[in-house]
Design a protein around this ligand. Structure first.
Ligand code: ADP
Ligand code: GN1
Ligand code: MG
Length: 372
């Protein structure tokens, strides 16, 4: 990640308290450039803020994206306060600019935003503790519950068709046929893995189109490192990374969390024998999520939870492979073939899910809430 920004100037445009010390790269997100910016107050104590450069290659209309975040966090703050929670810690809090905006545009055209740094909590790349994952399920369920009465029509679609797996499959096929980097011949097995499952890519989109699955306000990027886990209590204290809040399906949020958290190995693990769907982790998350959403989740949503996990894992693997084919233009990479390694872990997870669940119509019909 580029690191030679004029931070002193950038931070001077925000209402940050104290004297700026430094900004260092922070976290392991694949999209934005995130920094922990530290400041000293008059008494000499140091505190931090999150300073983030929005990835405008991906988010084409950052002003509108920031409007979503302002509105959603204002709504969440009301809900958290009404529940007796701490709105300064349990949702993101924007730090506004000196002229009252939620972002600052540098002379070079970079879009910057600031958040309160949530202390006493952290994100994990891999689940270390079953209880953390149960708590993440509860936190994500509550997050969706708080947004049940948020006006979905007021949301700007930051990435259209984000979880339209069918559309993503068409984009994937295009990348295979263009093969701009001449990489397709080397990944024939992975391409076949995707193509063999083509007929499944429209199942969720069709159910949504037909109105059989409800469209909700969802987060859409619920990987485990987008949930902050409290150091003291192990609770899922805050759901972060709100760039993709859009109308969607609960199955997307459930599925992406399982994809990322129910794999005991890293997302980019090269030793695929370590990668699997850990059913203990799956059940913990499902229990937390279903407990929190039991009043709103429909019977069909519950039946489709395992399939949602499979589709989100499949879709993510397909996106990593597409990006590999295109020359790594979307996800940040830190080594050669990084996106290919990531795609392979996802496909290994998909294959394991197919072993562990019955995805025939009869198998799906048998899933019920009692199991969680
Ligand atoms: P990306 O879209 O690139 O994934 P995120 O918004 O998820 O960016 O931020 C990257 C990482 O920075 C997160 O995984 C988390 O570890 C950390 N982070 C983000 N916001 C905060 C915050 N308000 N307080 C503490 N850490 C944060
Ligand atoms: C990206 O932003 P981050 O790192 O939390 C991506 C997700 C993928 C994920 C895979 C906006 O999430 O959709 O599932 O990487 N976010 C965007 O790790 O594309
Ligand atoms: Mg993130």
């Amino acid at each position: 990640m580029k690191n030679n920004y004029d931070f002193k100037d950038i931070v001077s445009h925000f209402q940050f308290q104290g004297e700026f010390i430094e900004a260092v790269p922070f976290g392991q997100g694949h999209i934005n450039d995130t920094f922990a910016a530290s400041f000293k107050n008059e008494a000499g104590t140091v505190h931090k803020y999150i300073l983030q450069r929005i990835n405008t290659n991906i988010f084409k209309f950052p002003e509108k994206l920031m409007e979503n975040i302002e509105n959603v966090t204002a709504h969440l703050k009301k809900k958290i306060t009404a529940m007796g929670g701490d709105p300064k810690r349990e949702t993101l809090n924007l730090i506004y600019t000196i002229d009252g905006k939620s972002f600052y545009v540098s002379p070079k055209g970079d879009y910057w935003r600031g958040y309160i740094f949530i202390e006493g909590a952290q994100t994990y790349q891999v689940v270390e503790n079953l209880n953390h994952f149960y708590n993440a399920g509860k936190a994500l369920g509550n997050f969706e519950k708080y947004l049940v009465d948020f006006d979905a029509d007021s949301l700007y679609e930051t990435i259209p068709n984000f979880h339209n797996t069918q559309k993503r499959y068409a984009d994937f096929l295009e990348a295979v046929s263009k093969d701009t980097m001449n990489r397709a011949s080397e990944v024939q097995e992975e391409i076949k893995f995707v193509m063999d499952r083509a007929n499944e890519t429209s199942i969720l989109t069709d159910l949504l189109k037909e109105g059989k699955l409800p469209l909700r306000v969802t987060h859409n990027d619920t990987k485990f490192n987008n949930v902050m886990i409290d150091d003291g209590t192990g609770e899922g204290i805050c759901i972060i990374d709100l760039d993709t809040i859009m109308p969607g399906s609960s199955l997307y949020d459930f599925g992406d969390a399982i994809r990322s958290g129910a794999n005991p190995a890293e997302e980019d693990e090269r030793d695929l024998t370590k990668v699997c769907l850990d059913m203990k982790l799956y059940e913990q998350f499902a229990r937390g999520f279903v407990e929190a959403t039991k009043d709103s989740l429909t019977e069909l949503e519950i039946k489709y939870l395992p399939f949602g996990a499979k589709m989100m894992t499949f879709e993510c693997g397909m996106r990593f492979l597409e990006d590999y084919l295109k020359g790594d233009v979307y996800f940040k990479i830190h080594r050669e073939k990084h996106n290919l390694d990531r795609a392979r872990t996802q496909f290994k997870m998909v294959a394991d899910m197919e072993e562990k669940f019955n995805f025939t119509p009869e198998g799906i019909a048998q899933n019920n809430q009692m199991k969680y």
